[in-house]
Design a protein around this ligand. Structure first.
Ligand SMILES: *[C@@H]1O[C@H](CO)[C@@H](O)[C@H](O)[C@H]1NC(C)=O
Ligand SMILES: *[C@@H]1O[C@H](CO)[C@@H](O)[C@H](O)[C@H]1NC(C)=O
Length: 293
């Protein structure tokens, strides 16, 4: 009985926080903004097309590098562990389109918690996933309504589904782009990644995406960003986190497929942290630095 009351109270509290009883975000998710300033040609995104896209700057010893991330609730961002494992400070910008020009829709926040998966391996890149907590909760139905979390897919994405990776990383044409880029990548058969990486590729925890020899791929600087998939008229779902890929030819990445962390395999991990952290913040003992979970 007491247990039931405690559970009910926790669930009620989570509901108030925009999360459902299993810890995940239950608000609106996965809808794109209306195309406003559509730029033709190339693979430029239009402003507001990927409202969950986060640009991360990971810094240590005065040196910073860029990565991508995905907004999954009003205060959590999912990214790759290799983006944030060895850094002292992390900054997030949301609503960013052109990284050389600070548009008035941008929201700049710091990261107050960096939770790296406890089984992340910095050599094999197994379990390349981290959860980051923003320094404040976003007001997604008010002043931040141009931002929207992406939904999390609980089922295994099918081969040949066309998904989209987004990022500010290198492309075939330039070293990096100031405008957010998008590239369509179909989910590939696991066998293609097994052929390429052998046992390093773990089909249960990783997704293989991209078509061999077509030059469409993710590259440096895209790490941590979303591989988002949409089925029919449903919302966009986060299926992968850009992890590692291509054989390098010069500085270019032109050897798809690449490997993405399989988000559906980590839902229990994500839920557990979100529930635990909300209980913690209610009692005011959030820890503000890097730890493993
Ligand atoms: C990789 O991980 C090992 C074991 O956790 C650690 O000792 C080492 O410093 C890490 N190296 C890098 C470059 O992050
Ligand atoms: C994926 O598409 C390829 C090429 O069209 C086809 O040969 C293959 O059978 C498809 N695989 C699945 C699982 O649908």
């Amino acid at each position: 009985m007491l247990y039931n009351i405690v559970v009910t109270v926790v669930i009620l509290y989570l509901t108030v926080q925009g999360l459902n009883g299993d810890g995940l975000w239950k608000g609106r998710c996965g809808n794109q903004g209306e195309p406003t300033t559509k730029i033709m040609g190339g693979s430029h995104a239009y402003m507001g097309e990927w409202p969950w896209m986060v640009r991360l700057l990971s810094c240590s010893d005065g040196h910073c590098y860029g990565c991508g991330g995905s907004l999954i609730s009003d205060q959590w961002v999912l990214t790759a562990a290799h983006c944030v494992d060895q850094c002292e400070r992390i900054y997030a910008s949301l609503g960013e389109h052109n990284r050389e020009d600070s548009g008035n829709n941008e929201v700049h926040l710091s990261i107050i918690e960096n939770i790296v998966h406890k089984d992340y391996n910095n050599k094999s890149l197994a379990n390349d996933i981290a959860l980051l907590r923003l320094s404040e909760s976003l007001d997604l139905s008010g002043s931040h309504n141009h931002l929207e979390p992406i939904c999390l897919d609980s089922s295994k994405i099918r081969v040949n589904t066309t998904c989209v990776a987004t990022g500010w990383g290198r492309t075939e044409l330039t070293d990096s782009h100031s405008i957010l880029q998008k590239v369509e990548l179909p989910i590939a058969d696991d066998g293609l990644c097994v052929n390429k990486w052998g046992g390093q590729y773990q089909a249960s925890n990783q997704v293989c995406a991209g078509i061999p020899n077509n030059n469409k791929d993710t590259c440096h600087g895209d790490s941590g960003g979303p591989l988002a998939c949409k089925l029919y008229t449903g919302p966009w779902m986060l299926n992968g986190i850009t992890s590692y890929g291509s054989t390098q030819q010069g500085a270019k990445c032109i050897a798809p497929p690449s490997v993405y962390t399989r988000v559906s395999a980590y839902l229990p991990w994500i839920k557990e942290i979100m529930i635990e952290k909300i209980k913690e913040s209610r009692f005011g003992n959030a820890i503000a630095n890097r730890h493993v979970w």
